[in-house]
Design a protein. Structure first.
Length: 95
């Protein structure tokens, strides 16, 4: 087991952690340090190499059109989830 600190330049460490945290082994951990925009990853060295390579692939500038599409998709997803929750709550109230 080893621990690596990965600096991020283009994307948020918190976002990367939430999106890629499942890539660590069952013994591994991934934490985000927001103030320095770094990931701290503890895992087997072979898995650290794999995860680090993936992080480098996603740590790239995003053009404004892609950013708008992603933001819109997230908003729509949250709205759908809220609608479904409200619908479920209403059904439970009717019982």
């Amino acid at each position: 087991m080893a621990t690596w600190v990965v600096d991020l330049n283009q994307i948020s460490a918190d976002e990367v952690r939430s999106d890629l945290r499942l890539l660590t082994s069952s013994y591994g951990e991934m934490s985000a340090v927001g103030k320095t925009n770094q990931l701290i990853i503890t895992d087997w060295t072979s898995n650290l190499q794999r995860v680090s390579a993936l992080v480098k692939q996603v740590d790239k500038p995003v053009d404004s059109n892609t950013a708008k599409i992603v933001a819109r998709a997230k908003t729509e997803s949250h709205e759908r989830m809220k609608y479904q929750k409200d619908k479920k709550d209403k059904k439970e109230e009717e019982k």
